[in-house]
Write a protein that binds this ligand. Structure first.
Ligand SMILES: Nc1ncnc2c1ncn2[C@@H]1O[C@H](COP(=O)(O)OP(=O)(O)OP(=O)(O)O)[C@@H](O)[C@H]1O
Length: 502
């Protein structure tokens, strides 16, 4: 399409004056979005700005209270017409919609298997799946169990599935959140190829540099409202952040570079030669008042080491001591009892019970400590929860609100609050700021710094530069082993080079 034809054509998708409330919460207020065919369009905003609500409306999962959605100038299908929506739009979520126990081919053609006289024709199914994967250049076997796919491959399979329904507009909801540097580079190559082949993307990310790298246009939502839509080239980073936060801000992430090293404080965490499923012979110590980072690619073994310290994963050889006392392998209650607090990797699968309240989630690790038989006296529960809400700045309607209604950043603050509720001496933080916006990130890292000053020993396991900058030292892992150690003061390039082994 020529540039003038493109400008004249109706947008591939348009949301006009869309509003949505959840009880007293206004999730969207007369919001608008206009995505031109062929572009990659970023949708950004702080946690709770209304992005997921808008995605729900654009994909027909939720009806707006007022306003409308149009696709290529035509009104969207009725909500009940799932097939109609699938032909126009798909969303690849952070949490996969793929069924792990089915093969890739079965996942691609779920509920629309080719039939021969009323029976599913397996050879045809496989053949069609192969053709579909080849057409979109997805190098994945159609016979593979979908649960065994890496996240990167799983995302491509989901994109191919959406394209096979006819949709040429795809929403990517934080697609890079669980990928490492190399994987992100490969994903971006594929996005550009698909874009050249006529696919339009709406890209949601809290990593603003990615917006500049992959998108041509950006829309900012703030407090349920549309703030601005502009070419990314016209909106430099400080103005973009200003649009997101509504204030001129200078972010002050804690930085360990100027701090004098902790030398004589007692060792709180001692890890000696431990080996586990994906790591080998890992040793380090963390003193009270010290923050140590572990970084590396997603498959480097960094998560395994952290989970071993938190009791979430087993280790075979070696030993872990918490203030001198030996930690049994793979035993969460024992880790808690010895004084380990943990922010686990996935706040949905391991962290929070979504239907339960802020108070229930926040005090869960304390049951059994506050009273006999795990019963927590209502007054103590309320005190603990209110303190957490205050100290961590959780934005919530109150202690009894289900955490499912909180934004991502506020959910993460509850996970952090829960890790701190037992007053641990060792804190293990896995990707503590994943999926949270710049300001919540700053707030969470300020809490980490406060905990360090109070004398806790902190282990931060992360791929995020800002998280690692709070650390006195960063251990870099590759293929299950610690291969480098960087003292605070490293440059981004230096650390990335160590992580990627360049
Ligand atoms: N099911 C729900 N029940 C009650 N409130 C909700 C529900 N879903 C969203 N909200 C509220 O609506 C507002 C907008 O939330 P939304 O999830 O759309 O924001 P977001 O921009 O996607 O945030 P994040 O970046 O954290 O994912 C928030 O205040 C949120 O708490």
């Amino acid at each position: 399409m020529s540039f003038t034809a493109q400008a004249a054509a109706p947008p591939i998708v348009e949301a006009i004056g869309v509003s949505k409330r959840y009880g007293p919460t206004i999730a969207l207020h007369e919001a608008q979005l206009r995505v031109v065919a062929g572009e990659s369009h970023a949708l950004v905003g702080r946690n709770g700005a209304g992005k997921s609500t808008l995605v729900g409306i654009l994909t027909g999962l939720r009806a707006p209270d007022t306003g409308m959605v149009r696709f290529a100038g035509e009104p969207a299908p009725p909500i009940a017409d799932r097939e109609g929506w699938r032909q126009r739009v798909a969303c690849v979520y952070q949490h996969s919609t793929i069924i792990p126990d089915l093969t890739v081919a079965e996942n691609l053609f779920i509920n629309r298997q080719p039939e021969k006289r009323g029976f599913i024709s397996w050879p045809t199914l496989k053949r069609e799946a192969r053709a579909l994967l080849d057409r979109w250049n997805v190098a994945v076997s159609e016979d593979m169990r979908a649960g065994d796919l890496r996240i990167e491959a799983r995302q491509l399979v989901e994109i191919a599935r959406a394209l096979s329904y006819g949709a040429r507009f795809i929403i990517l909801d934080e697609p890079t959140a669980q990928l490492d540097g190399e994987e992100i580079k490969r994903l971006f190559v594929r996005i550009r190829e698909l874009q050249a082949a006529g696919v339009t993307f709406l890209f949601i990310s809290h990593h603003l540099q990615e917006v500049y790298e992959i998108c041509q246009t950006v829309t900012v939502l703030r407090d349920a409202r549309h703030i601005v839509t502009a070419p990314v080239a016209d909106l430099p980073k400080d103005r973009l952040i200003e649009a997101m936060t509504g204030e001129q801000v200078h972010f002050g992430f804690a930085d360990a570079a100027g701090r004098s090293p902790v030398r004589d404080a007692p060792v709180a965490l001692e890890v000696k030669g431990i080996s586990g499923e994906d790591f080998e012979d890992v040793s380090f110590t963390v003193r009270k008042g010290e923050t140590i980072g572990i970084s590396g690619a997603t498959s480097s073994g960094r998560v395994g080491v952290a989970e071993a310290v938190a009791g979430l994963a087993r280790f075979g050889k070696g030993e872990i001591r918490i203030e001198g006392r030996r930690l049994p392998s793979g035993n969460v209650p024992a880790a808690l009892a010895l004084g380990v607090g943990c922010v686990p990797k996935s706040r949905h699968d391991q962290g929070l019970v979504l239907p339960l309240s802020v108070a229930d989630n926040g005090t869960m690790t304390k049951a059994g400590r506050m009273g006999p038989l795990g019963f927590i006296a209502p007054r103590r529960r309320a005190e603990t929860t209110n303190r957490m809400i205050r100290e961590l700045g959780v934005v919530t309607q109150g202690p009894e609100q289900p955490v499912s209604g909180l934004s991502g950043g506020n959910q993460q603050k509850v996970v952090m609050g829960r890790a701190l509720a037992t007053d641990p001496s060792v804190l293990v933080l896995l990707d503590p700021t994943a999926g949270v916006d710049v300001k919540s990130k700053e707030a969470l890292l300020a809490v980490v710094e406060r905990m360090r000053r109070e004398g806790k020993a902190i282990l931060v396991v992360s791929g995020e530069i800002e998280d690692l900058r709070t650390c006195d030292r960063v251990l870099v892992m590759r293929h299950g082993r610690v291969v480098a150690e960087k003292k605070a003061g490293w440059s981004d390039n230096e650390l990335v080079a160590a992580i990627e082994g360049i």
